[in-house]
Design a protein. Structure first.
Length: 115
């Protein structure tokens, strides 16, 4: 059960990293230094995750153990960016991915102005 929680938490972190979290710097000063201005995903922002665990022994880990804590964080932003590309045909290469960035990229690709 703890492993599933670690995976779910890391996927939630990946979603936040991809879509909402952003440190804003201006002339070397962080402009959003409070968590009230830093958007983190909540349980309402994350869909149900089904963890499929495959047990193996890692010869390098203690007693065959291996790390799990951040495994879901690594591919999440890329998966979201690829899903957006598959859906609308524009590649966003800067995080966080926002609606404005998608619209700007779509406008650049098609030559159509935003509404």
């Amino acid at each position: 059960m703890a492993i599933e929680g670690q995976l779910e938490g890391s996927i939630s972190q990946g979603i936040g990293f991809a879509l909402t979290e952003q440190v804003i710097w201006e002339k070397g000063v962080v402009k959003n230094p409070k968590l009230t201005a830093y958007n983190l995903p909540t349980t309402m922002d994350v869909s149900k995750v089904t963890s499929i665990l495959i047990e193996t022994d890692d010869p390098e880990g203690p007693f065959g153990a291996k790390g799990i804590g951040e495994a879901g964080l690594i591919p999440t932003a890329a998966a979201i960016a690829n899903a957006i590309y598959d859906a609308v045909g524009v590649r966003i290469r800067e995080l966080p991915i926002t609606a404005d960035k998608i619209l700007d990229a779509f406008e650049e690709k098609t030559g159509n102005k935003k509404i």
